[in-house]
Design a binder for this molecule. Structure first.
Ligand code: KIV
Length: 271
């Protein structure tokens, strides 16, 4: 692929939901990151990332909120449009925000449709063991759906915090059943968030759909990270399972300091 700078083996062709299934069949991992604007999307796309998630995590890392709950449909459409404009190869998946898919089937369909039609997303993601009929209805309307089980940030108050899920046998069985039902309903992939690695490995073995782990161990079909966590841009709590590949926040603070110093001393602008 022209422009890929990683040296990693990167398929040149556009990534589609069918690529996810092919990758799982061939045992090739899927690399996904979050993006919220065109510039960041372009940088990650040129690096060869397979999929970009316009996550409602933007509530925290972009808007500075305490949780993802204040994120609305209008905000998601706005950021999805920006990411799509910066992306050439990666599959763009947009999160359905809190209460955009729970009220009734018509509203769910309209909201998912907005993310695709106005935002330009190629798939939507929704959290939890939503009734499989909801997912089936979206899939029947031509809207690819990514599921999300385990720790569900939109249910943080009900879960009592950002805690690992699936630790008890009963909870683990519930998550296996949820993932199976979501896959059966037609989800093309499922995010597994903050669950024990053995449970994620079991779900990955037992369902056909590829699994994308975040804090769920190495035996998923792929991985996703919040890019602001992975690249050291977010100044808040970063979960311990995150590997940080750069400290861009510190680099930018130093660069801004140099600029401020130049302006104050008259070194910039040059005559
Ligand atoms: O919103 C988000 O960034 C997510 C990831 C944590 C999977 O849903």
């Amino acid at each position: 692929m022209t422009g890929a700078v990683t040296g990693a083996m990167t398929e040149p062709r556009k990534i589609r939901i069918t690529t996810f299934k092919e990758r799982k069949k061939r045992g090739e991992k899927i690399a996904m990151l979050t993006a919220y604007d065109a510039t960041m999307a372009g940088i990650l796309d040129r690096a060869g990332v397979d999929a970009l998630l316009v996550g409602d995590s933007l509530g925290m890392v972009i808007m500075g909120e305490e949780s993802t709950l204040p994120v609305t449909m209008d905000i998601m459409v706005h950021h999805t449009r920006a990411v799509v404009r910066g992306t050439k190869r990666a599959l763009v998946v947009a999160d359905m925000p809190f209460l955009s898919y729970q009220i009734n089937p018509e509203e769910t369909l309209r909201n998912a449709g907005r993310l695709m039609q106005e935002g330009g997303a190629e798939a939507v993601k929704l959290e939890g063991g939503q009734s499989p009929e909801v997912i089936r209805r979206l899939v029947d309307a031509g809207i690819p759906v990514m599921g999300h089980v385990g720790l569900l940030p939109q249910s943080v108050h009900q879960l009592g915090g950002y805690l690992m899920q699936g630790r008890s046998e009963a909870d683990a069985e519930r998550l296996v059943a949820e993932a199976a039902a979501i896959a059966e309903a037609g989800a093309f992939a499922i995010v597994l968030e903050s669950i024990p690695a053995v449970l994620a490995a079991r779900i990955t073995r037992e369902i056909d759909a590829p699994t994308i782990g975040i804090g769920a161990g190495a035996n998923c079909s792929g991985q996703v990270l919040v890019s602001y966590d992975a690249f050291g841009l977010f100044d808040g709590f970063v979960p311990p399972f995150v590997k940080q590949y750069a400290q861009l926040g510190e680099t930018m603070t130093r660069a801004a300091g140099a600029y401020i110093e130049d302006v104050r001393t008259g070194r910039f602008p040059a005559p």
